[in-house]
Design a protein around this ligand. Structure first.
Ligand code: AHG
Ligand code: MN
Ligand code: MN
Length: 335
């Protein structure tokens, strides 16, 4: 039995500090929270409700869609299209922008999301998540929302968050005043503030990278990992530990809880791709959260939040986590 702060209470109280806030944003977040609760339930029921396996289709990036990729995308759209806060949505699972249908009012925000991150893990019952980012709709975009309206650098995000469907379901949020974590109490159907003011320790001895790509990495990342592996007697003078969940949400959550560095760097595997992760709905929201928690996030050459997007599904190299360790990797890029 707890008597904690519910997420709705938290958002309303936070909104009181923002001058001119109309309640629109609170209401939008509430719809996102509803979507996340529905997704949590569907992911949790899994094979019991016949939602596992492949959907037999591909997304715009040529990745095979899981049944759950398609279902969770639909859940997000249905929860968020009706209320009048959004002009349009965009997601990993849709080729183009989804303008709010004509029968609903349009609002001043844009929502971009990865409905199911780490979906290759879903069939094996390993943690997956949802990532989202809220942007303002610039100019007259509410009448004609185009892909162009979404191409804003990450510094312009109004809010970013992720849900982690792990051993418990958590929601971690920032709207530019620190990072707070909420845990879903299934019995009462509410997210309760359990992790106020999350911060990332500046130092770490834990790194995360898909080492099967090693031969494709650039020299700075080769050097960083080689030195970490050399341990106490190597140039870094400390032993490192390694983790790779293959769900970015789980990886970032671990880093928020105990520090660490996560890398999906630029590689030469497919020269047409600058990295694997997508800027608008993976790298930007996660970078906003990580920076707000005192960590750092970079491509190796540039702060991710400063990257000017040139496409809805643009990819970007990602190096994020404990500040001093990310700085080390950046410095190797300068050498
Ligand atoms: P998604 O399931 O949304 O396509 O994203 C998966 C991403 C990310 O969550 C994870 O860090 C990375 O892909 C894992 O990639 P590898 O399979 O190359 O390890
Ligand atoms: Mn993803
Ligand atoms: Mn996904």
């Amino acid at each position: 039995m707890h008597n904690g702060t519910t997420i709705t209470q938290f958002i309303i109280e936070e909104q009181r500090h923002i001058q001119g806030a109309s309640g629109d944003f609170t209401s939008l977040l509430n719809d996102i929270i509803t979507a996340i609760k529905v997704i949590s339930n569907v992911v949790n029921k899994g094979a019991l409700i016949g939602v596992m396996g492949s959907a037999g289709s591909e997304n715009v990036q040529g990745e095979t869609q899981k049944e759950l990729d398609v279902i969770t995308n639909e859940i997000f759209i249905k929860s968020n299209e009706w209320a009048g806060h959004l002009a349009a949505m965009a997601s990993e699972e849709m080729d183009d922008v989804y303008p709010i249908p004509a029968q609903y009012p349009r609002g001043k925000y844009l929502l971009v999301f990865d409905p199911l991150d780490g979906s290759s893990n879903v069939d094996v019952n390993i943690s997956v998540g949802t990532i989202f980012s809220i942007l303002r709709c610039p100019g007259e975009c509410a009448t004609h929302p185009s892909a162009q309206a979404f191409l804003q650098p990450g510094v312009q995000q109004v809010c970013a968050g992720y849900a982690l469907y792990g051993s418990s379901t958590m929601l971690v949020l920032t709207s530019g005043h620190g990072v707070n974590g909420f845990t879903l109490d299934r019995d009462i159907g509410e997210f309760i503030l359990t992790h106020p003011n999350m911060t990332i320790p500046a130092d770490t001895k834990e790194f995360a990278i898909n080492a099967s790509n090693q031969r494709f990495w650039e020299p700075p990342v080769q050097r960083y990992v080689e030195e970490a592996l050399a341990g106490k007697t190597g140039p870094r003078g400390k032993d490192f530990n390694m983790r790779w969940v293959a769900s970015m949400v789980a990886e970032v959550h671990r880093i928020l809880m105990r520090g660490g560095i996560f890398m999906y760097p630029k590689d030469t595997k497919d020269p047409a791709k600058a990295g694997k992760l997508r800027l608008l709905y993976e790298a930007n929201p996660m970078s906003f959260i990580v920076e707000q928690a005192g960590g750092a996030s970079s491509t190796g050459r540039e702060r991710i939040l400063d990257v000017q997007p040139d496409g809805l599904h643009q990819r970007v190299p990602v190096i994020l986590g404990s500040k001093n360790e990310v700085e080390t990797v950046i410095s190797y890029h300068k050498d």
